[in-house]
Structures are given as structure tokens and as C-alpha cells.
Design a protein around this ligand. Structure first.
Ligand code: HOZ
Length: 439
């Protein structure tokens, strides 16, 4: 652990242009941003307006460089502007950006996804994670003829009505886990339970199974930081849902191709009935996907009666970026390298906290991670909320000033990419040590 003061930390940072843009944006875009957590409301200060990104670095409009652990909230697992993805996109764009008709690219991406996720026989492409989970739930309801769903506190499955109930991500960050605007009649069909509590789940399912269509969860909860499933929780969930004919949906929008090539389902050895994907499979372009067993997916229009559609679904640019990203990920040794980088980062951050005598808890699943400012083990929403968010805010700003970009909320995961170098990690550890000391 090096504890000399980093040069970057000494440099005076200017955020003048970002400030100016934010002021202007606030007048014409709600909160000045197109997705709430991007505003630095939870940490104070002004969001950075980004000019470009390459590899592990992101550059703001004031010319500052940061080692980036947001990675567009997960998709950029190869690092920003990966040459192979960029070159394929350049070629694809020359051929037109959208046709609203099937292409071979959609078939190719579907094949790659299904090969990596054998729990799925068929997959449908959509444009975002929100669309994926919303559609998967509709299909599960159509398939079972039941209305209720079970979700877990702090899990965030996008912003569809009925899923914004005790939701994580920005909903928790800004204290609106139950969003106004969601009719009570929608929310009443959503049962929320504490994550990692198989007993509570068993009680509810045994009582209400006749009306429960599905259980949806993030198998690793990335929208309240990084909460890992306790041993036995996922298998208990699998057993119960199978027994009562309830569709088990893994929302792997964040964990898919991230905690391992085959996602959390491969990592923990559990086969869900349906899976939702997004982020990595779009290689940085807007994409989502949902899929599952043949008999369930056959319910989807036009094969079956459950309707779901999208003008830009399966568009050639998103498919191209996804295909190229997955092809790189499928090369031999890639996940070993990712694991090595992530464990290096884990060791460095834990060491920084220990040397600086900071009270923290660190969790990691593959290349997603989170540091909490608490002395409690974080296993669910309630324990995640024990983290001292004012300390997190100071940590965030201290890191940013030292050239490290983290998600501007305690309740989001950090991500590391193939492009992060040992130098990046050392710089991060130095910045973390100094910032822990400071706060
Ligand atoms: N839903 C994302 C975090 N879990 C935030 C996306 C964004 O703000 O870009």
C-alpha cells in the first residue's frame, strides 16, 4: 500500500464547463439529467458532463481524466470504445441504422445468448432492461393465469409500474422506493419480501401460491450496492417456485456476462425459468432481452397471445455491438483476467480501508463490487441502509477529486473492465487510502 500523495490529488480541478452545462440543462431537462442517479444529488456537487471515454478512462468537458468504475452503469465490460466494437459499428452504420425488419444479426446475437444461458430456449430482444423485466412479467402472468408477483426489497427491475415498490437504485437513493404515480391497484399485486430470507418467502408462497405468477429477483442485488445471496437462498427459491408452479425470473440485466460468462445462474448453479438481460449484451448501445423455456416463450406474440413489440427492437447497431462484445468475452482466459483484476482491486481497497482504519464492508461478485460505510454485514435492504451515506458522499467526492469516478450513490454497484490496468488499480488504492484518511 503506497501512501504518498498522488500528483492528481494535488492538482486543482476545474469543473467550470460541467457546472455551466448543468445549470443550462436544469432549465430544460428534469433535474438536468436523463436518468436520476446521474445527478449528484445524493453526494452533493455537480454532475460531470462527459466528452469522451476510452479504455478504463472517462474524460469530462473540462479536460479532466478519471479511472472509470461506472462503465455506463455496467455495459462497458471491455472498457470504453473497444477497437473491435468501434470498427464493427462503423461498418454497420454505413448500411443503415434501423430497418424495422428481421436481420441475420438478431439471429446471431440470439444464438450467442442462448449458448451462454442454457436455461433459455428462446429469447426476445427489446431496448432496455425495464422493457425486459416488464415484458417477462407479462409473459409469466399470461403463462400462469395468475396476477401477483413477488419481488425483494431493494431489488430494482427498471421503472415499470408495479416494480417501483420498495425498489433500489435511484428510487432508494432519493428516498422514493414507492414512487408516486403508481396506482395502488398496480402495487397491490406486488408482494415485497426481504432478500436472503427463505423463511419469509416460504410462508408467503405456501399461503398465496394460487395467485402468484412469478418471483423476480436480482440474484446479486446490484441496485443497493452489491448484496450477495446467502448459501442456500437461491436453491430454496428454486425449489419452492418449482413446487408451486411459479415462474422464477432472474433479472440478470446487471449480472449477465458480468459475474461470469453465464451470469449469476452459472455462477451459483441455479436454472431459472426466465432470464432478463441488458447492459453487456448491447455493448454500450440500448438493449434488453428476455427469454426462457420454450413453453413459456411460446406465449409471446406472434407465436402466442401475450403482446409485446418495439420499433427499434433488435436494431442492427445494438446487435452489432452486442455480438462483438460477447465474441471478445468468449475468448479463452478472458474471465480469468477479469477475475484477476477484480480480486486485485478488492485486495487493494480492503487494504486501503484497513491501513486508514476506516470502518467499511466490501462485497464483490465477479466484476461488480461495493464498499459500505457500516460495521454490519450487508445481506439485505435493511442492512444496506445502515451504511453512513454522508460518509459515502465524502468518499465519492474525495475519490473524484483524485481522478476516480465511482457511481454517485451508495446504492449502486461499481464495475471493473478488461481495460483496467494494475496502474489504474494502484492509483485507485492510493486515492482510497487518502480519502478514507480524510473522512
Ligand atoms: N438504473 C441505473 C442504475 N442502476 C442507472 C442508469 C443511469 O442513470 O444511466
Amino acid at each position: 500500500m503506497v501512501n504518498c500523495i498522488d500528483f492528481f490529488a494535488m492538482k486543482k480541478i476545474s469543473w467550470r464547463k460541467s457546472r455551466r452545462l448543468y445549470k443550462k440543462a436544469q432549465g430544460i431537462i428534469p433535474g438536468g439529467v436523463n436518468s436520476p442517479v446521474r445527478a449528484f444529488k445524493a453526494v452533493g456537487g455537480n454532475p460531470l458532463f462527459v466528452e469522451r471515454a476510452k479504455g478504463s478512462k472517462i474524460y469530462d468537458v473540462d479536460g479532466n481524466a478519471y479511472v472509470d468504475y461506472v462503465l455506463s452503469w455496467g455495459p462497458m465490460i471491455l472498457g470504453h470504445a473497444h477497437p473491435r466494437v468501434v470498427s464493427a459499428l462503423k461498418k454497420a452504420i454505413e448500411k443503415g441504422t434501423s430497418y424495422g425488419a428481421p436481420t441475420s444479426l438478431e439471429v446471431e446475437l440470439a444464438e450467442l445468448v442462448l449458448k451462454a444461458y442454457p436455461s433459455m430456449d428462446k429469447v426476445r430482444m427489446v431496448n432496455s432492461g425495464t422493457e425486459a423485466t416488464m415484458s417477462a412479467i407479462r409473459v409469466a402472468r399470461g403463462f400462469t393465469g395468475r396476477d401477483k408477483i413477488i419481488k425483494f426489497e431493494g431489488c430494482y427491475h427498471g421503472h415499470a409500474d408495479g416494480l417501483l415498490v420498495k425498489a433500489g437504485s435511484g428510487a432508494t437513493t432519493f428516498g422514493v422506493p414507492d414512487s408516486p404515480g403508481v396506482p395502488k391497484s398496480y402495487a397491490k399485486n406486488t408482494i415485497t419480501l426481504p432478500f436472503n430470507n427463505a423463511k419469509a418467502l416460504k410462508e408467503v408462497i405456501e399461503k398465496e401460491w394460487k395467485s402468484i405468477a412469478c418471483v423476480i429477483l436480482e440474484p446479486v442485488v446490484g441496485n443497493i450496492g452489491c448484496v450477495l445471496p446467502k448459501a442456500g437462498f437461491l436453491s430454496a427459491l428454486r425449489k419452492l417456485t418449482r413446487k408451486y408452479g411459479i415462474v422464477l425470473i432472474f433479472d440478470e440485466v446487471m449480472t449477465g456476462f458480468r459475474v461470469s460468462y453465464g451470469g449469476a445462474q452459472e455462477f451459483y448453479g441455479i436454472k431459472p425459468d426466465m432470464t432478463c438481460l441488458g447492459k453487456v449484451i448491447g455493448g454500450g448501445l440500448p438493449v434488453g432481452a428476455y427469454g426462457g423455456k420454450k413453453e413459456i416463450m411460446s406465449m409471446v406474440a406472434p407465436e402466442g397471445p401475450v403482446y409485446q413489440a418495439g420499433t427499434l427492437s433488435g436494431n442492427p447497431l445494438a446487435m452489432t455491438a452486442g455480438i462483438e462484445t460477447i465474441k471478445v468475452l468468449s475468448r479463452k482466459g478472458v474471465y480469468d483476467r477479469l477475475e484477476q483484476k477484480a480480486s486485485e482491486l478488492e485486495a487493494a481497497l480492503k487494504d486501503a480501508a484497513k491501513t486508514a482504519k476506516a470502518v467499511t464492508r466490501f462485497y464483490r461478485a465477479g466484476t461488480m463490487f461495493c464498499t459500505y460505510f457500516t460495521d454490519r454485514d450487508v445481506v439485505d435492504y435493511a442492512s444496506a441502509k445502515t451504511s453512513d451515506t454522508s460518509k459515502f458522499a465524502k468518499f465519492f467526492i474525495g475519490m473524484l477529486k483524485r481522478g476516480i469516478n465511482l457511481a454517485p450513490s451508495q446504492f449502486e454497484a461499481g464495475f471493473i473492465s478488461l481495460a483496467h490496468s494494475t496502474r489504474d488499480i494502484e492509483k485507485t488504492a492510493r486515492a482510497a487510502y487518502e480519502t478514507f484518511k480524510e473522512i
